[in-house]
Design a protein around this ligand. Sequence first.
Ligand code: IVH
Length: 674
Amino acid sequence: MDLFSEIEEPEREELKRLRKELEEQNYKYYVLNQPTMSDREFDEKMHRLQALEALYPDMFDPKSPTQHVGSDLGKKGFEQVKHKYPMLSLANSYSREEIEDWVRKLPSNVEIVCELKYDGLSISLWYEHGVLVKALTRGDGQQGDDVIANIKTIPSIPWRIERNDVPDFFELRGEVLLPWERFEALNKAREEQEEPLFANPRNAASGTLKLQDPKEVARRGLDAYLYYMIGENLPGTTHYERLETAKAWGFHISDAIKVCHSVDEVMAYIAYWDTERKNLPVATDGIVLKVNDLREQEELGYTAKTPRWAIAYKFPAEKQLTLLKEITYQVGRTGVVTPVANLEPVQLSGTIVQRATLHNEDFIKSLDIRPGDHVWVEKGGEIIPKITGKEEKPTPDPSLKGRQMFSFPTHCPECGAELIRVPGEAAWRCPNEAGCPPQIKGKIEHFVSRKAMDIEGLGEETIDLLYRQGLLKNIADIYDLKPEDIASQERLGEKSAQNMLAGIKASKQVPWNRVLFALGIRMVGETTAKKIAKRYHSIDLLQWATAEQLCAIEDVGPQIAENIVKYFEDLGNLEILERLRQAGLQMEGEAAEEPTSDKLAGKSIVISGTFSHHSRDEYKALIETHGGKNSGSVSKKTSFILAGENMGPEKRKKAEDLGIPLVSEEEFMQMIEL
Ligand code: IVH
């Protein structure tokens, strides 16, 4: 290997890793509504990826997250509609310098409209002859879900505009939001029901908009602000005028819009709203700068993902300084011991914070954080707040214990086992997987969770209860639970006992790939489990696989392979597996084929005729692999017909009558080409 390739190799690896990580984040953000990274971190990683892609043009990939906006497609039950104008995102900036840079590239004496950046999800409203006919989510930017029934529950969105000066067609785009007050009430109710909480109003709004029950949507109380009008032959020559027009037509347009003429004016607007936004009823995360003149906008145009005529400025994450009273330790499902800061309570982004993560030993040591210090606490997009730094300030209470240098515990605070630190990892772990209470309970919680065995009625509290009584010591014990064990619990009535037992029984039908995921082998997530189950059709085959053989599976690296091999070397695990087998769980089977792209998502395709490149079955598999649906008969729901030679005359006639396009083999291959 020469010197250059030695430098190149790690960067190429980093590039690939970033692509994967950002793709995953996009999915968590847009589909699951559960981001695990702050916007800022996401942007920094995206910039790094862009820089690496510029360095290694030979690694260009049209599927890279730098080349497309994230997608929230994939929710069932809504009609997917192609946007008339793509729904793009905005380039982000974080400083005066970045704004100056952007302004420098604009025509001189340009007028800039400053608006608040509302932190919800974008919506595109279509009005035909003054009537609301569609309400589309951004989706993948090209097509979105029509959620009109849910949008109609928002009182400030007119269903019809009774005026004679509205154009035949126009589109208004804006942001759907769940006001703070509604968000807090919703989370409180969810807490009472033991349902998972929404991390922030944005996620709550997104989850709400995708509900199939408009009545429930109405109860939750969404709101919307509109900020962009598009269409042909619309009134006005500036963005500002258009928004004024929309306001006159009865739309909810923010009052915080200002036309600015210099960077100083823009910065003054930012400074004002960075404080004042805390008094707003909805969440905002920055401001948006837009070139006012529509002709200038047109001349500036677009990049693949963003308009050049607009840019977002993101407010720095809100943070507070508070007293660190004590450091405690929390042991997670996988045995990772996380240091937790117990704080003097502070108000932060609308909630009171008293606990925050201190990440790991290295973080605490590098900042020399000790009880009695004043620390900065921040809340990104996540539920769990974090400590980001400290401030030198005399402690108000010198008697606070622990002014001595911080040292990480050597033994598990839960079970007393000696902690280990895996080389290359920042975390300390408790190795006592089978005997450490939070690990045992965590494993059981994972096992019963929705994507694993999906056993309803066996929640965190019930697991804790049964664990403390010695009825549930591992996952196999679930299948030995007797009706009387459950019914005799004070908190659980007969009805919950029945539900739980029905859930346990039904879990015996859960397919093998999910059973494998449910076992909780370290780093074997849902997707990896599916890939392993596709290669190994039974646990008996998997049990004898070597690390080398396992590494041949896509997504399985040496670390995962080692975890699997170790799992099967543990006699305790083998005993549990045997009990699960006796209980009748599915320990073999074939994992279903998963779509690998969404090129044909939402399309219903009929195959007809004879083909020369692939067999019918192969085409069927290709359709499914790309997210489409193969259907046997032509109807008005058919998206197109994959037509070979000698297509049946009846089908051809029906397709003609319904105006359904015919697609040849070659065209189809082009469509799905990666
Ligand atoms: S304008 C083509 N204005 O921010 C430009 N977007 O990060 C269209 N957003 O997808 C967007 N407040 O969902 C615009 N005042 C505002 C906004 C705003 C929030 C959202 C919007 C967009 C995202 C980009």
